[in-house]
Ligand binder design. Sequence first.
Ligand SMILES: Nc1ncnc2c1ncn2[C@@H]1O[C@H](COP(=O)(O)OP(=O)(O)OP(=O)(O)O)[C@@H](O)[C@H]1O
Length: 284
Amino acid sequence: MAAVSPLAIEIPMASGSIFQPEASTDDDSQEHLLAAGDIEAGGDDAQTKFRIRNLTKKSDAGVTILGGVNLDIPKGVVFGIIGPSGSGKSTLLRSLNRLWEPPPGTVFMDDRDIRNLDVVSLRRKVGMLFQIPALFEGTVADNIRFGPQLRGKKLTNHEVHKLLTLADLDYSFHEKNGSELSVGQTQKVALARTLANEPEVLLLDEPTSALDPISTQNIEDAIVKLKKNQGMTIVMVSHSIKQIQRIADVVCLLVNGEVAEILKPDELSQANHSMAQRFLQLSS
Ligand SMILES: Nc1ncnc2c1ncn2[C@@H]1O[C@H](COP(=O)(O)OP(=O)(O)OP(=O)(O)O)[C@@H](O)[C@H]1O
């Protein structure tokens, strides 16, 4: 079981939720959970969006990649995940939309085991933006329209325009081809394309690593707006402690596949775990 922070406060269940919790909620795991009430959520009530219980992964060679992660991710917050290279951040992120299949009974969204959900609709609800994005063939507008089209919805030019603006791109980009774009512009188109599916959750794996400082700030602003205006839950892996401090509401520090600390961004310097302290000192 993961080492965890003493900063544990239980997150209240969604009021009026029609779902009964399927996860085991042993006292041991509950004690590590951060107070939802302490977090500035975009929605009305702080509720748990993801409940992760004893999430474990070993490599084929038997090396532990995730060592029994227990975590509650509140709804409507920016949840940052930081930690040294190879600590399992991306693996944890990818478990949330089954890009890596977590074992049954380990990852729950809105109190439902995600292994019991239709994977296509799960991935529509839980959109993901990769560090190195890839666009489909066709124009930027084609890319943005792709997801909704699969569900029989044709986005209007106005809707495409709005999505481009949200992703910090001028409307003139809609006619461009993917091959004409820089990596940073491609990343923004990928964000617009993900948002076109109207996800409830956005998974971001180092989303601004290819962007210049101004674009980074614009994307960070967009992320905060998505949380505030739409109550979106955003789970973001970042190597930038400063970025986490700018936009995250709560930070999970992952070390060697285990949750070392769960802290508010302004409390990062108070991390107890020795490896976490060293990582933070060297990163700042
Ligand atoms: N399918 C796999 N088979 C074997 N090893 C794997 C597999 N997936 C991940 N790993 C290993 O698990 C560890 C965690 O990988 P992961 O990409 O989740 O870490 P990370 O914290 O995101 O790293 P980084 O910050 O460098 O991106 C790494 O040592 C990686 O090599």
